[in-house]
Design a protein around this ligand. Structure first.
Ligand SMILES: Nc1ncnc2c1ncn2[C@@H]1O[C@H](COP(=O)(O)OP(=O)(O)OP(=O)(O)O)[C@@H](O)[C@H]1O
Ligand SMILES: [Mg+2]
Length: 464
């Protein structure tokens, strides 16, 4: 499909060049007509004012310019040539009196002849001379156009570019829309020609937003509704366990417990997802101290790590700086994000493993890193694990497959990225959250690794 810009430029340039050529041709036709009249008059004048004393050897030059040279011939009545101004040219005598045409050596001649005192006077001129002169005059009349064409071309180029700018702006505006930002496009800045398209697009965006809201509300409501019966079931199970000490029943009850926990976790993750999808209101963004955020998350997960004999700790920034590092974001959501990364590290690392969490900064970005020495994730699978409900087989650990999806959703809200890679020693997984850093605070922080347990050292941290 040919682009509108190219089409406009093609038609406008084509039109301009055709109009110029047409103007040139019209000038040529007009000039030739006038030139014919002028030269005919000249031929007539020469015939009337021919010299009285002439011989065959006499040559006659008419006019200053040899280009408009005319040929004069005189015959007696008995067809005997009395005089010719160009003896080498054998132009025959015409039969008509007045203006006529004749041909010699594939050349057309314009002829004027008259009878005068018994003599036949014939004045002739090649018509090619007239055409040549008319063409040269027409071409000269086109010179101003030739100068103007590049200027007009430039003007057309600029005008077409400017006229099409709103389309580019609209495309950029549509490009900015993500599933999280589906607000309608403001129509004030677009020309009337684009309004129908804008109207249709805004209608579509509104319907999409509506569909998303409905879907989110459904997931949230369903998860919420499921929480209560699950909690009741758990309670019921605990009562049964308490009242019934039959050892034969214990394995079955234990499995039931496990399944119920899994179902509760899934419902909790779904609820988190439904709550944290979508764009956050601006008021929720604030300055977040990342070291305190890390300390809070690590202390929350410390019991889980301790239970599994995993050494969970916070290490100093890789660049050795001990300043507080800040980012602009929503504390609650960032806590959930980091919580999911640390939770994965602790859960997928086998007993007696090690999990390190660090905060550092580089090139205006803050890096939150969680590394473990567990089984890791093969490079080919490191993108897929971010998919909804995707779980790698063989880990032997239960989960809903939503943790990394939630983490990435929250990262996107903060224009941040999460990357999975290998830790420096190659064993395990290194998850890196890269988020824009806010101006550093001069207050210094501890630069040493804070070994597990942390809960006592960071009791109720003040995050923001
Ligand atoms: N630190 C890790 N080491 C090894 N594998 C990991 C690690 N983190 C994530 N994975 C793999 O990525 C998959 C997806 O992780 P994700 O956190 O999205 O879901 P989940 O942990 O299975 O469930 P949920 O987090 O919702 O409880 C996991 O099933 C696991 O196979
Ligand atoms: Mg997880």
């Amino acid at each position: 499909m040919i682009s509108i810009r190219r089409k406009l430029l093609m038609y406008l340039f084509g039109g301009m060049i055709s109009a110029t050529l047409l103007a040139g041709f019209a000038t040529y036709v007009q000039v030739r007509h006038e030139m014919n009249e002028m030269f005919d008059y000249q031929l007539q004048q020469i015939a009337t004012a021919f010299p009285t004393e002439l011989s065959v050897s006499h040559t006659l030059q008419v006019g200053d310019d040899s280009e408009d040279e005319v040929m004069l011939q005189i015959w007696y009545k008995d067809n005997q040539l009395l005089f010719t101004s160009a003896p080498t040219i054998q132009l025959r005598r015409v039969n008509t009196i007045g203006f006529s045409k004749t041909r010699l050596n594939q050349q057309n001649w314009r002829v004027y002849s008259q009878l005068d005192q018994g003599r036949f006077i014939q004045v002739s001129q090649p018509t090619a001379i007239r055409n040549r002169m008319a063409a040269s005059m027409a071409l000269r009349s086109l010179i101003p156009f030739v100068v103007l064409i590049p200027l007009l071309g430039l003007l057309i180029w600029i005008v077409v570019g400017r006229a099409l700018q709103p389309i580019g702006r609209l495309a950029a505006s549509i490009n900015q829309r993500t599933p999280e930002t589906l607000e309608s496009i403001s129509d004030g800045v677009y020309p009337p020609e684009l309004q129908p398209m804008l109207l249709a697009l805004n209608g579509l965006l509104a319907r999409l937003e509506q569909a998303r809201t409905t879907q989110r509300a459904f997931v949230s409501d369903a998860a919420h509704e499921l929480r209560t019966p699950l909690a009741a079931l758990k309670l019921q199970l605990q009562l049964v366990e308490r009242d019934n000490q039959d050892p034969e029943l214990q394995p079955g009850l234990g499995k039931l417990h496990q399944r119920l926990n899994r179902a509760s976790h899934l419902v909790q993750q779904l609820l988190t997802l439904a709550r944290h999808e979508g764009r956050l209101p601006d008021r929720r963004y604030q300055k977040v101290n990342l070291q305190l955020l890390v300390a809070g998350v690590v202390s929350d997960l410390a019991p889980q790590a301790e239970h599994k004999h995993v050494d969970l700790g916070v290490i100093a920034a890789a660049d050795g700086s001990d300043h507080a590092i800040y980012a602009y974001g929503d504390v609650e959501n960032l806590r959930i994000l980091l919580g999911n990364l640390v939770d994965n590290a602790v859960r997928y690392t086998p007993a007696y493993g090690r999990v390190d969490v660090s905060v550092s900064s580089a090139d205006g970005y803050a890096l939150l890193q969680v590394s473990d020495n567990g089984p890791g994730i093969p490079a080919a699978d490191r993108e897929r694990v971010f998919d909804r409900f995707y779980r790698r087989e063989g880990s032997g650990v239960s989960g809903s497959g939503l943790g990394l999806f939630i983490a990435r959703t929250i990262a996107a809200q903060h224009d941040a990225t999460i990357e999975l890679g290998n830790p420096d020693d190659g064993q395990g997984l290194l998850a890196t959250l890269r988020i824009k850093q806010m101006v550093a605070d001069p207050r210094s922080r501890s630069a040493t690794r804070t070994a597990f347990p942390l809960r006592e050292q960071h009791e109720s941290p003040n995050i923001s």
